[in-house]
Design a protein around this ligand. Structure first.
Ligand SMILES: [Cu+2]
Length: 148
């Protein structure tokens, strides 16, 4: 009798030990699978953010004079001068260098109106190339956008 109860007690202890080992392993696996996906979501969110490309127009013209961007980037021209600015593709006055039609004179790369002091105008560059531009209201001020 005492031998049988000893075997039963031994089996119960083994079952408890095996059960505890299985439960703790399950917890570890759950923790491992939860952490990595949230870390991956964070990095893809950063990669998809669009870049800000700012050209400032002041009383001495555009700055930076030359800016390099990627295809599909938006460039914002901000007027911090005392007068209106009219950003437009070279060549003045026909504005036909940029190879996409539209706009109002010779290409889509054209603000088509004077942008008042304190305001800005943005254009999306979908064509690779070196695109010269100027202030149509004061054509001696020029700049270049290089699209790679
Ligand atoms: Cu012009």
């Amino acid at each position: 009798m005492s031998k049988k109860s000893g075997i039963v007690t031994f089996l119960v202890i083994i079952l408890i030990v095996v059960g505890v080992v299985f439960l703790s392993k399950g917890d570890e696996e759950r923790n491992e699978t939860i952490v990595p996906p949230t870390a991956q979501e964070d990095t893809t969110g950063v990669d998809e953010e669009s870049r800000e490309n700012l050209v400032v127009y002041a009383d001495d013209g555009f700055s930076p004079r030359t800016m390099t961007v990627r295809v599909g980037d938006v460039v914002t021209f901000e007027n911090r001068s005392q007068v209106s600015m009219w950003v437009a593709s070279a060549l003045h006055p026909t504005h036909g260098l940029y190879p996409v039609s539209g706009g109002c004179i010779g290409s889509a790369f054209d603000a088509c109106e004077g942008i008042d002091s304190g305001f800005s105008w943005s254009f999306t560059f979908n064509e690779k190339g070196t695109w010269k531009y100027h202030d149509h209201l004061n054509a001696r001020f020029t700049g270049t956008i290089v699209v790679e």
